[in-house]
Design a protein around this ligand. Structure first.
Ligand SMILES: Nc1ncnc2c1ncn2[C@@H]1O[C@H](COP(=O)(O)OP(=O)(O)OP(=O)(O)O)[C@@H](O)[C@H]1O
Length: 242
């Protein structure tokens, strides 16, 4: 098991009232699993992801990643630990506009200092070429398409070779064809043994995950009952992009 949540509760204060966004989540994810998280807007998906990455702490309960209890780490320790163990991909890529793609991919390596300085550039090139962007390495994010930016963001998430990749709506701002190619990249990573967790509104993407998690009003349920018929028609739709 690579990720474990035990009785995780997250409560926010709102206008002097409290609101429980995650209600006692119990969850285990194994190494090499491809996991999707679905749920309506406001159901608690991003909050759950933030608990799973240590970006935010639960109000109560425990989160273990690779046998490390995140609640026992100091914030400063945690951000370095996260940089080494979890690669994060966002809907709107969040590449730094003033840096080239190569420099963007080098950033997490610079932050964690896990490779020698001279190795970082070479590794960043390798990662960009892995996602098909070697020719764009010296371009700026504004000079390339959304799909290319997301590929660069995935290369950046892979910079420190983390065992876990977490993505919040990674295809939400991409067209269907580009989304399918980004999904293909995630599948390759799973085939290589990485654990990939994706929050998505897209049922066709969710249905392809080995473990499907549904969040309903803060209740977290493992839900592998995507109908076969539903799945079949989705596969048909995706076939042209396979
Ligand atoms: N920092 C916060 N303070 C107060 N309430 C919050 C905070 N963060 C999230 N919430 C509330 O918790 C609930 C869950 O939010 P969350 O962003 O996790 O939902 P979501 O399922 O990711 O939604 P979406 O699909 O729209 O991104 C929402 O009602 C939201 O308003």
């Amino acid at each position: 098991m690579i990720i474990e949540l035990k009785k995780v509760v997250k409560t926010f204060s709102r206008n002097q009232a409290s609101f429980t966004a995650i209600k006692g989540a119990e969850l285990t994810i194994d190494k090499g699993e491809f996991v999707s998280i679905i749920g309506k807007s406001g159901s608690g998906k991003s909050t759950l992801l933030n608990m799973m990455t240590g970006i935010d702490h639960p109000t109560s309960g425990e989160v273990y990643i690779l046998d490390t209890n995140l609640g026992q780490m100091r914030r400063s320790e945690l951000s370095k630990w996260r940089g080494l163990h979890i690669g994060i991909v966002f809907q709107f890529f969040q590449l730094l506009p003033g840096l080239t793609l190569l420099e963007n991919v080098m950033l997490p390596m610079d932050f964690c200092r896990c490779y020698l300085r001279k190795e970082r550039r070479e590794k960043a090139y390798q990662l960009l070429s892995r996602v098909g962007l070697e020719m764009q390495a010296n371009q700026y994010p504004s000079e390339i398409s959304g799909g290319q930016q997301q590929r660069a963001a995935i290369a950046r998430a892979l910079a420190n070779n983390p065992p876990i990749i977490v993505a919040d709506e990674p295809t939400g701002s991409l067209d269907e064809k580009t989304a399918a190619s980004v999904l293909g990249l995630f599948k390759e990573l799973v085939a290589e043994g990485k654990t990939v967790v994706i929050v998505t509104h897209d049922l066709s993407i969710a249905s392809q995950a080995g473990k499907k998690i549904r969040v309903v009003d803060g209740e977290v349920k493992v839900d592998n009952r995507v109908d076969r018929s539903e799945l079949h028609s989705m596969e048909e739709r995706l076939e042209p992009y396979a």
